[in-house]
Design a protein around this ligand. Sequence first.
Ligand code: FE2
Ligand code: FE2
Length: 271
Amino acid sequence: MHTDDIIKIALDLVEMTELPNDSAVYVPGENIGSILYGIDIGVGELLYAKEQEFDCVIAHHPVGLINHFEVFQRHQDQMISKGVPKEVAQKVINKKMLGFKFGSHARNYDAVPSFARLIGIPFLNIHCPSDELGRRLITASIEELVEKKGDPLLYEVKTHLEDSFAEFREAKTKIEIAKGEENDLLGNWIFSHGALTNGGFDVAECYYQYNVDTIIYIHIAPTDLFQILKLDHGQLIITGHLASDSIGINPFLDKLKENDIQITAVGGLIR
Ligand SMILES: [Fe+2]
Ligand SMILES: [Fe+2]
C-alpha cells in the first residue's frame, strides 16, 4: 500500500476529497504492510519504528504544519447550524485563528518531519478526517438518546456515551459535567469537534448567546474553562481527549487492518 492509499482510506470514511490543512504526508512511501500509529509521534517513536522495521508511522495530531489553523474555520458550519449568524461566527473564528497562526510561527515546525526524512521512514498525520468521523459518531449517539428520552438529563448523556463507546469506559479520564448539575436538562446542545481544536471560551460564549444550553467539547484549556464558569448561564460537558480522539481513529485503523496492514498502536490510543 502507498501512503496515498492510506490517505484515501481516511478521507473516504468521511467523504472528503482532499487532505485538510491539519493533515499531511511528510515522507511518502510504498509497499507498506506494517504501521506504528500514535496520537502523538516524536523523534523517539520514529527512531523506534525504523529500528523495528515498521514500514510507516502515522500520527493523529499535526507534527510540524503551519497552516493547520485554517481547519478552525470548520467551526463556522457548526455554529451556523445552531443559528449563529455567519458574520458573528466568522468574527469569533478570525480572532481565534489569528492566535493559532502566530502560535504556530513560534514552533519548530520541522523538528520531527526533518528527522523522518533523515532516517528515511514514511511518515504522515491524519487529523481532521478522523476527528470529523468521531464528531459524527458521537453526535449520532447523543441524537439517539434524545430521540428516546426527549430531553435527557446531563448525567444520562454521560451514562449513554459510556454505555455506547468502549473508549469512554476504558479511558482514565471520565466524561465530566464541567458546568451544570447532573440533573440539569441537556436542552439545545452541540457536540463541537472536528475543527482543529475546541472553540474555547469565545466559541462557547457565542453558542450560549444564541440559545445553546449545553456545549460538549472533548477538552478545554483551564483559562477558557474559568471564563466559562464565570458566565451565569450555559452548561458544559467535557468528554475526554484521548477517548474522544480514539473513537474517530479506530474505524480508520480497522479499515487498514481489513486491507492486511499490521497495526501497532501506541501514544495514548485507546483501542
Ligand atoms: Fe483529534
Ligand atoms: Fe486530539
